[in-house]
Ligand binder design. Structure first.
Ligand code: CTP
Length: 465
């Protein structure tokens, strides 16, 4: 147990950590219930909002009216508010509070709390509370020393509740010993200390989270350009040639790459919602796509060509809407080859750049994919097969194999997000980006922090008090 604040550490000279805290105050039947009036006052003075819950027997010692007046809120005693059936929701109360203090906690209530009985609003609210719970007992010295009391208090502590021990002094019975409710100003100081520590630990936890997030951003400092969606090749002002690609796979990769720290440019024809913090360049045709890719060629570290680019486009684009010709049941559109974007970039690839292509095949999958890898000077190709159920156009799932010059790795059918993660993980491994030099300083910093900070934030209540 922690030593309570000294007499100099009164509420007036405390640094207040209780401002705006929502406190549930549970009052039980005890001579010392009168002290709860002072406790309410002091908590309010510290800027707390206080909701009092009483047991029925507590109202024999102090009136609800007194505590309602002081707390500026009706005091809650019963589950049901009135005869119309409006009830006091113990679950809401338990979730509302930042701290639940049971003071004074009688022997009867301690036994109920320790054993999970909930035949009144106070004990039911205790069972619903997610906040720290403080139990401040008050009883006669022999009751306090009784093995059942000691056992129940141990139970309560073992559930993570915080015991504010009764103090020594003259008791209502006239006997002298341990059993007096801790003084209200000490209870407030105790709570204040608790929240001071709590706030500090939360702040440390936030710092660590921020550092950890940054540390594990293996694509930090990398510029990644993605093509996505089906190109649209104009026939006339109102018609175009295209295909079924939705762009979902490319968008999933863009989203995941951004989360891993990459600066992402997405060159897309798709109407999907822009991924967060990704630079989206909207284009329509293969020509426009190539132009946009070439504009970022120099500064890109990793290219992923996920677009379904039309291999051919109409040779001539009519300037007016093409009308039906009477008596002619056929129409011939002459097509010309589109630029191959991946191959164009592959031909002038710099040694520091990494190129990833996609291949959608219906037959001779491996052979075709390997030939594309070579022809387009790619470092890696993601093969997805139309043979697989749930893979390919429009689905939210995909089944891929990743192929490089040396090997082929097959993956299970997964969500496109997971597939995106697998693709990026493979790139990270191939580029050995776990050892990203930009992160080296931060890694060192993290190691230092780890030696001084707890790995996972948890209040060890035993240690605290
Ligand atoms: N690709 C591209 N530009 C094109 C055609 C394809 O950038 N004009 C890219 C795709 O984005 C994909 C890879 O090249 O990453 C392979 O695309 P795919 O359509 O499978 O292959 P093609 O080269 O078009 O060959 P084919 O259609 O004959 O299979």
């Amino acid at each position: 147990m922690t030593t309570l604040p000294t007499s100099e550490n009164t509420n007036d000279n405390l640094i207040n950590h209780l401002q705006d805290k929502k406190i549930l105050l549970g009052v039980c039947g005890s001579i010392s219930a009168y002290k709860s009036a002072l406790l309410v006052r002091l908590l309010l003075r510290q800027g707390c909002e206080v909701q009092v819950i009483m047991t029925k027997s507590a109202s024999d010692f102090i009136t609800p009216l007194t505590l309602a007046t002081l707390s500026k809120k009706p005091v809650l005693i019963d589950f049901i508010k009135n005869k119309e059936g409006v009830w006091n929701n113990h679950v809401d109360l338990g979730l509302w509070a930042d701290a639940f203090i049971v003071a004074p906690a009688s022997e009867n209530t301690i036994a109920k709390l320790a054993n999970g009985l909930c035949d009144n609003l106070l004990s039911a609210t205790y069972l619903s509370a997610r906040c720290p719970v403080f139990v401040a007992p008050a009883m006669d010295l022999d009751m306090y020393q009784h093995p059942s009391t000691l056992r129940n208090l141990e139970y309560l502590k073992s559930y993570g509740n915080i015991l504010i021990e009764a103090t020594h002094g003259e008791l209502a019975s006239g006997l002298i010993g341990q059993g007096r409710l801790e003084e209200p100003e000490n209870i407030v100081a105790f709570l204040n200390d608790f929240f001071e520590d709590y706030i500090q630990k939360e702040a440390t936890r936030e710092d660590i989270n921020t550092i950890e997030e940054e540390i594990y951003l293996p694509l930090k400092g990398k510029k990644l350009t993605l093509t996505a969606g089906a190109t649209r090749e104009a026939i006339d002002p109102v018609r175009y040639l295209s295909n079924h690609s939705s762009g979902k796979m490319g968008y999933a990769i863009a989203t995941e790459a951004q989360k891993l720290g990459a600066e992402v440019t997405l060159i897309s024809t798709s109407t999907l919602e822009n991924p967060k913090d990704v630079n989206v360049v909207k284009i329509g045709s293969a020509d426009e796509m190539l132009l946009a890719v070439e504009m970022v060629f120099q500064e890109t570290d990793i290219f992923i060509f996920a677009a379904a680019v039309a291999d051919y486009r109409p040779l001539e684009v009519a300037t007016q809407k093409i009308k039906k010709e009477e008596g002619n049941d056929k129409m011939i559109i002459e097509l010309t080859k589109n630029p191959d974007i991946a191959a164009t970039i592959g031909a002038k690839k710099q040694s520091s750049q990494f190129l990833v292509g996609f291949a959608l095949e219906t037959n001779n999958e491996l052979e075709n994919a390997q030939s594309k890898l070579k022809k387009k000077n790619l470092d890696m190709i993601v093969l997805n097969s139309l043979q697989e159920k749930g893979a390919g156009f429009g689905h939210d799932t995909n089944k891929i194999s990743i192929i490089d010059a040396n090997q082929k790795t097959d993956f299970e059918l997964k969500s496109k997000t997971e597939v995106a993660q697998d693709i990026l993980k493979t790139i990270i491994e191939k580029l050995d980006l776990r050892k990203n030099p930009i992160l080296e300083e931060e890694v060192k910093e993290e190691e230092i922090k780890k030696t001084v900070a707890p790995k996972k934030f948890e209040i060890n209540k035993e240690e605290e008090f």
